[in-house]
Design a protein around this ligand. Structure first.
Ligand SMILES: O=CC(=O)O
Length: 342
């Protein structure tokens, strides 16, 4: 009997490749549950997900079955044989990886796949915040030509200092794009990055990063140590009139502190693609016309979606065939035991 893999989320861009990839090696089952409790009970004998050993997951599945938090992971481990979760996305903050570790379930994500899309989104936000392009377009579309735009409030990008928090793939790609203006690039990461260009200057603390940056851009994953990392103190360490960009996760920033800084002009503008409680956008943010706000589309282009789907499915297939796949998330890379092997 073939092992079973469950798709918790749609395959949209690689339908043909997908059928070929799993033909003859696994039975593919689609999510049919309309509630979390139905999802969990469906792994039991004679349930629709019986025999499932691995899951493909998109964050869209949360709408029906909720996040893969600790209770769900423990229940999954109690009722099923699932040992691998292949997340489609570079962010995996909707999966409790600590609970996965305790229960011998491995998680892979799709790093690299959306680097270019997310970096170019960040570039757009930066230019738009400094030059007020989004506001200008909204003004034109509403028939008011340039009102309320005021060129005196806008600034050139060239020559400014960009502070990058987290120099992973997206941060580094954005650094390359911004360096072309040129901008001065400073960064802070947990470790000084190896083999990055000389013009990427490492600073040894978040505080130092904030002191030097005209534009601060966030590129760290959301986890216990990064939640709330940019709060009142960090925002007030930025120069008055600085710009804050966030294309990583909303909860990395203390939203209340950010809004206070917009209200009193300490931040001249913010460019956001992510929010703490998506899809809710705090209505106060909409009252600052100079800000550029996107609905979490940073990593979404046809190319990146294709790559993401192929990468996540590739990890799933490798697990089914060999008991282990690629792109295991950093928290689970150490101490991989036989429990994860089919
Ligand atoms: O937000 C996008 C991702 O997690 O890939």
């Amino acid at each position: 009997m073939l092992p079973c893999v469950l798709l918790c989320g749609e395959i949209e861009y690689v339908q043909d490749e997908f059928k070929e990839m799993f033909h003859g090696i696994a039975e593919v089952v689609h999510l049919v549950s309309e509630s979390r409790s139905h999802f969990l009970s469906s792994f039991e004998p004679d349930g629709p997900y019986e025999g499932t050993v691995a899951l493909y997951r998109r964050n869209t599945s949360s709408k029906v079955i909720g996040k893969f938090d600790a209770p769900l992971i423990h229940a999954l481990a109690d009722t099923s044989k699932v040992r691998w979760i292949a997340q489609n996305g570079s962010g995996y903050d909707e999966i409790d990886v600590q609970a996965c570790k305790e229960r011998g379930i491995l998680v892979s994500n799709t790093p690299r796949a959306n680097e270019d899309a997310t970096a170019t989104t960040t570039l757009y936000l930066m230019i738009s915040c400094l030059r007020h392009f989004s506001m200008a377009e909204r003004s034109l579309r509403s028939g008011t030509w340039k009102t309320p735009c005021d060129a005196a409030q806008t600034h050139d990008v060239t020559g400014r200092t960009l502070g990058i928090l987290g120099l992973g793939g997206i941060g580094l790609r954005f650094a390359h794009l911004a360096h072309a203006f040129p901008m001065r690039i400073v960064y802070f990461s947990r470790r000084k990055a190896e083999s990055v260009p000389d013009w990427c200057e490492y600073v040894s603390s978040v505080e130092e990063l904030c002191k030097q940056a005209d534009v601060l851009s966030l590129h760290v994953p959301l986890n216990q140590s990064t939640a709330g990392m940019i709060g009142e103190k960090e925002i007030r360490t930025l120069r008055r009139g600085s710009v804050l960009l966030n294309t990583s996760r909303g909860r990395i920033v203390d939203q209340e502190a950010m809004i206070r800084a917009l209200e009193d002009g300490h931040l001249s503008s913010v460019g956001l693609d992510v929010y703490p409680d998506e899809p809710r956008v705090d209505p106060r943010l909409l009252t600052f016309p100079q800000c550029t706000l996107l609905p979490h589309i940073g990593g979404e282009s046809a190319e990146s979606w294709r790559t993401r789907e192929l990468q996540a499915l590739g990890n799933l297939k490798a697990f089914v065939l060999g008991g282990i796949g690629e792109d295991i998330v950093p928290e689970l890379k150490t101490g991989i035991g036989n429990s994860a092997i089919l």
